[in-house]
Design a protein. Sequence first.
Length: 304
Amino acid sequence: MTINPITADGSVSPNGTAPKDTAPADGTPTVELRGAGKAYGNVRALHGVDLAVHPGQVTCVLGDNGAGKSTLIKIISGLHQHTEGAFLIDGEAVRLNTPREALDRGIATVYQDLATVPLMPVWRNFFLGSEMTKGPWPVRRLDIAAMKQTADTELRAMGIVLDDLDQPIGTLSGGQRQSVAIARAVYFGARVLILDEPTAALGVKQSGVVLKYIAAARDRGLGVIFITHNPHHAYMVGDHFSVLRLGTMELSAARADVTLEELTNHMAGGAELAALKHELAQVRGVDVDELPEAAELQVGAQRN
Ligand SMILES: Nc1ncnc2c1ncn2[C@@H]1O[C@H](COP(=O)(O)OP(=O)(O)O)[C@@H](O)[C@H]1O
Ligand SMILES: [Mg+2]
């Protein structure tokens, strides 16, 4: 497998291009949420969320644990239904009942625990559940040659070069497995690709591999929803950034309107740390300026 490095400015070279800020001429998002929310009984997991996914763009959804990220993608991928606001596909209000309905509309989701069979070959996993067959009924059989050939072509088209498609998928690295899942979704006609924390369990190099294929999917015209709690990963490929906190959207900004530093600050809970500092100052009866900077607070608090 070959790896193209991600350059310092966040673009991917040599076959990727830098993220763009411009929406397509038509302008209608493939997927859109307007004031959408979801309650599980009394628990309001998500509230008043606006989100737009455009072809050829990467929309990053960031947030801490419990922020509502999974709830958000479960609505879009047809696992759960929203209980407030609207969910639109190609500008049409919808309510999906099953993941199959989402797939039929071109929305594919790659979950963190990839649904692969580790001991089966790569090509077999590529076609899992949608195998190619040949011959008339009742002697239809798997068209192994065609599946191998197609898997090879499709993986190469995404820039994924594996030595041997017969090797069990379990022998690939985590990043490679994610890449195969992305190529698979592209081949089976996805227009919107949802990735739930694809880099969360990966090291730096493997994360780079996955980010590269996120860029490749974007360059093939897909709208990508990239869920992560890593602002650095998000900023490498993102066109738009949405930060969730406690179920509401704290920040929604195009790439041109937010810096990596601001994004990191939002994720680190800069506002919450500042509030905590004021509370601490009151408790200790000191002036707030006598306390260390927010970033040093944790250490300072431990000492007392
Ligand atoms: N099936 C469920 N039933 C009740 N509460 C849930 C359910 N799923 C998630 N929640 C709650 O909704 C909130 C958001 O969770 P989730 O969407 O999983 O966040 P994230 O993926 O950002 O960690 C959390 O408070 C969580 O406990
Ligand atoms: Mg989650």
